[in-house]
Design a protein around this ligand. Sequence first.
Ligand code: SAH
Length: 396
Amino acid sequence: MAQLLLLPGRDRTLARRHPWIFAAAVDRLCGRARPGDTVEVVAANGRPLAKAAWSPESKIRARVWTFDPDETVDDAFFKRRVQCAVERRRLTPELRAEQGLRLVHGESDGLPGLIADRYDDTIVLQLTATGPEKWRPAIVRALQRATGCARIYERSDSDVRRLEGLLPVSGWLLGEPPQAPLTIVENGVRMKVDIVAGHKTGFYLDQRDNRLLTRMLAAGRATLNCFCYTGGFSLQALAGGASHVLSVDSSGPALATAIDNLALNPELAASRAEWREADVFNELRLLRTAGQRFDLVILDPPKFAPSAAHAERAARAYRDINVLGFRLLSPGGLLMTYSCSGGIRSEHFQEIVADAAICAGREARILRRLVAPVDHPVGLNFAEGEYLKGLLCQAD
Ligand code: SAH
């Protein structure tokens, strides 16, 4: 096995169990390794520290599989790690009834570069690094064994693969495509999940708890859901008794699915729902000019800053929509605002929202801080895992 020799003093983050080894920490590779091969990570003084997956093209030169230098990375390793991740969810009472949940959340479940989401009896796998790419068959066997699911689909088409020198890959790894469109019930609402063409692995599972909160807050409130995608927040607001829900997204197909989703839930008051295909930035200005006001405004935009390099431009975009959001709030209205950008830290996001309130001339306070649900854990030593942050603010 090749050895990855670190520069003096560059083993500190590993000692704190952060799983990424950046190019700047690497002295040299002793021996030969192909992308995804397991290498032994060695401190400058020769002490073995970990085993990691080698990724020569990425700035993250290696991702740690195990901090025990004596542990072997083989089929049995993946069986153990996947089994543990699945078992942790099985033992979490609030997840027991979920039809849609994340089974493996990458680094925070000890499996860097590996995402596995379960939608009813279908698992959608996303491999984003060379390590899991190499171990695909072992991972598929481990998932099947741990869950009994008969269908596994791969959606490895995320942009981050390019940074690892990997091409996009999608397709069935196990079982046949289901006959009927896939649906899940989330907090009592039925939702279609398009695992082939939908965003991420088909659905934004990370907003499950926050949609439930929306349902609890919505009673009697005129609601505006911006970046609504397939209507997750909109339908929960209707379920919670919102007086009216205006949903905006620039994607026609996403809105078409949202309308289908509403039809799948005949108990919801469809007459209170209004869907608008538009650019949110423009639409919010038009609503403001028209003198419209809302009691609950939800802003769940796409990732404006995929990495810290995009943070500045992204910060302006977040500020702009939040200013517009605050301006549209009725007195006492609630703003539920999110960022899923890895490049924007939670304190920074709070500053942006605070600036937006000032710019909109509104006094506001934070009622709750919002995060992803328990099936999206954050490794204690992996702050990058906390990509989703939200604030529930109330304006005077
Ligand atoms: N809140 C959603 C997820 C939002 S994903 C949920 O709970 O499922 C982000 C959405 O923003 C996508 O549907 C995308 O089509 C939309 N979008 C991106 N840029 C936009 C823009 N400028 N105006 C309107 N919608 C936009």
